[in-house]
Design a protein around this ligand. Sequence first.
Ligand SMILES: *Cc1c(COP(=O)(O)O)cnc(C)c1O
Length: 394
Amino acid sequence: MGEHSRIFLSPPHMGTEELELLASAFASNWIAPLGEHVDAFEQELARYVGVKGALAVSSGTAALHLGLRLAGVGPGDTVFCSSLTFVASANPILYLGATPVFIDSEEATWNMSPVALERALREAARQEKLPKAVVIVHLYGQSADMGPLLALCEEYKVTVVEDAAESLGADYKGRMSGSLGHFAAFSFNGNKIITTSGGGMLVSDDREALERARFWATQARERVRHYEHEQMGYNYRLSNLLAAVGRGQLRVLEERIAARRRVCQRYEAKLRQLPGIAFMPEAPTGRATRWLTALTVDPQQAEVTAGQLIDALERANIEARPVWKPMHRQPLFAGCRYYPHLPEQSVSDELYARGVCLPSGSSLSEQQQERVIAAIRQCLSGRGRAKELGHVQL
Ligand SMILES: *Cc1c(COP(=O)(O)O)cnc(C)c1O
């Protein structure tokens, strides 16, 4: 790779066994749909996460859609959802004709604020309009603070759907992310910690519920010879070829986590001391995978904004991204209710204004990472000098 070739945010990273497994799927002529690799991928992932069952599907979004339908979500219902997330956490709420209510983040994990959730649930109970489900997102490889969040959902008897698309391999007090709610969704999209190019998994301890989702995901075909349909279904299953790739990726998952954690540690060691830079904290409640290394830039101290830093990296042919734009700021969800962390403090808005995600791939070389670090240092020191010369207006 050339000295100035593009550095990507989170590119796919294949191991050595994926191609062999894919070839074995080809040789068996079980191309799609289904086949032995789908069954094995489901079992192996369920064992890794520590749940009783899993259903391999075509995307993480499909897994969330099925999880919410299992929770009984339908037209006219409300569903609570983390605001600081990718739109795929919330779209399935719309697919089901329900209305999302967005819940802010807290500073310690960047994930759902128990304080905001409590306020939202209390108010909903008073209005006799409790949500059918709460979608709790685990951002950037870090578990939400599930203890208090689950206690609240239990108190109000609301189903919990974990959006674990970004947190495969993270844990919370010794339990794997995705094993704590009633249902959880993983994603194997191209940018995730392991990938099948596209794919997802719905997991749960409720095997009977997973069988209903399996039925819906295969066009809800009744078990008779002719094509009989009593319910609406989807074409959501994962191909056997992609499941073969997923099995190979699962075998190297722990190595991928270790590599991403090393990437994050190197960024922290070399950038922590820069004025105005603060890293997404790793909560003391468990291991974060550091799927993406995220930091915030305080424009007063750093004398650059997050947007200016992303622009500077782009000029050096380095892909960096803002932190997710909160759902309560999206035109798609204009008019939806939102509960900030505190009545006068919206943490997700602060993180969006200041947040930057850095290249974090498990295949990022130390030389490539040095290029990113040098570009960040140069950006910050350059602005500082310009300010001394009186050129900067923030
Ligand atoms: C990637 C992602 C999804 C969606 O997964 P797909 O497999 O792309 O459908 C959902 N939620 C979050 C938070 C994600 O990052």
